[in-house]
Design a binder for this molecule. Structure first.
Ligand code: HAM
Length: 425
């Protein structure tokens, strides 16, 4: 008997019933980021492995343990992207985009791949929405990135989240910071796990990514404030965040698991998520472009995990939120007669509503009112347009509100504004 076909562990299908939430999220991300002057960028999911080794870093868990890498048919080492900051950098350098404009604001969305042990909030194929602000430095740029993330979460309707922040020191200071940290950890090497002893050789900052309890006391005891005191720029940013009402707490252990950061790093976290509490993470990275063979380009950016965002929206705002955002924006068309004038009225309504951003459900096979209403109920739709010969003659629609159990006659030219008004309630 042949083996049953199934999806790979940690990789999920997105099916009707769930996909509407994803479409809602992607639509809102586009509206929001475009309104802030960010342009979409799409890069391939497959890149040369070398790109991630040189950017995310050889000693990072992502490169060391979690990449889906393989040889392609031509014997080239390729990897399914584990994140997109490196791909954006590769594309900008390759296409010379910084010769076209002094700075760029990009946003992106799509699947990423990390071979982690699957659990709640941790998948092997997961999705990110992210932004990168290129060739801008200083507190204003850092604040733009943090405030953009904060405002996007608020725009989606979330209220219960906080920021964790840290200062990794300037790109120039990082060599000194690393050598001081190396001194500290070398003195207590035997209190580190095997992996961390390896990290000590490769990149000492990566010790802070260790999840083993064995290393925790040594990691918690690292004298960060002596080794790398918070910079005046970071203090200015913290104050600016406070003035903007962006709640944050400094966590000196936060190093963010990817090698390219310097300066400010941050995460937006939600208690609703449990152990994997990071909704989003990001920070400043000023060395990445030159490390990849491009010019020196100071940047700051972040990525949000879409699965985790949807979990938090579900928990914080619940079914009523999705009903308002999705089900009330779907209109069921019920043609009650085979008369061509009725079909034409339905076609006109579909065009009008579609242009206004509504989704349509219908059944062209039915003409019985009760069967139409049953179908509308199955789709969980609140508003049904009743279309009969009477409506076609008068060029009017009868709107049935399934939840309030009432009917209203609306002129064709007022249909959209009427439905926009009632569906927002
Ligand atoms: P990251 O912290 O590795 O950063 O990932 C960002 C977000 O992706 C996390 O906060 C989390 O919500 C989500 N995420 C990560 N791994 C998984 C997983 N296995 N399953 C589900 N969700 C996951 C980056 O990727 C950087 N590129 C962010 C950045 C952009 N920095 C500067 N620009």
């Amino acid at each position: 008997m042949s083996k049953k076909l199934e999806a790979l562990r940690g990789m999920e299908d997105l099916l009707p019933g769930e996909i509407e939430k994803w479409q809602w999220m992607e639509r809102n991300a586009r509206i929001f980021f475009e309104s802030r002057g960010y342009k979409e960028i799409r890069t391939p999911v497959l890149e040369y492995t070398d790109l991630f080794v040189r950017s995310v870093g050889e000693a990072s868990d992502i490169v060391h343990k979690e990449m889906f890498s393989f040889e392609d048919r031509g014997g080239r080492n390729v990897t399914l992207r584990p994140e997109m900051t490196a791909s954006v950098a590769r594309s900008v350098i390759e296409k010379g985009l910084l010769t076209q404009a002094k700075s760029w604001r990009f946003y992106y969305m799509g699947p990423m791949f990390r071979a982690e042990r699957p659990q709640a909030g941790r998948k092997r194929q997961f999705h990110q929405i992210g932004t990168e602000l290129l060739n801008e430095s200083g507190t204003a740029a850092d604040l733009e990135a943090v405030a953009l993330l904060h405002d996007f979460l608020r725009f989606l309707g979330l209220r219960q989240f906080r920021f964790r922040v840290n200062d990794l020191g300037s790109a120039e200071d990082q060599k000194t910071t690393s050598s001081r940290l190396r001194e500290y950890f070398s003195d207590c090497k035997e209190k580190l796990c095997k992996d961390c002893q390896w990290r000590l050789e490769k990149n000492v900052l990566r010790i802070f990514d260790c999840k083993s309890d064995f290393c925790r006391p040594v990691i918690d005891g690292a004298p960060w404030d002596k080794i790398a005191p918070l910079s005046p720029e970071f203090e200015t940013l913290s104050r600016a965040m406070q003035e903007r009402g962006i709640p944050s707490e400094i966590q000196r252990r936060l190093v963010r698991g990817l090698d390219y950061y310097n300066g400010v790093v941050f995460e937006a976290v939600s208690e609703a998520l449990g152990a994997q509490d990071a909704l989003a993470g990001g920070g400043r990275y000023d060395r990445l472009y030159s490390d990849l063979g491009g010019p020196a380009v100071p940047c700051v950016g972040f990525s949000l995990g879409v699965e985790r965002l949807l979990t938090v929206l579900d928990k914080e705002l619940g079914e009523a939120f999705w009903n308002r955002e999705i089900k009330q924006k779907t209109i069921y068309l019920a043609p009650l007669d085979p008369d061509p004038a009725v079909t034409e009225l339905a076609r006109k309504a579909a065009l009008l509503l579609c242009a206004a951003g509504f989704k349509i459900e219908t059944s062209i096979r039915e003409i019985s009112l009760s069967k139409h209403l049953k179908k509308a109920n199955q789709h969980g739709v609140r508003f049904v347009l009743l279309l009969g010969p009477d409506e076609a003659r008068k060029d009017r629609y009868t709107v049935k509100d399934m939840s309030e159990k009432k009917q209203t006659e609306v002129d064709a030219n007022q249909l959209v504004s009427y439905l926009e008004g009632v569906s927002a309630r």
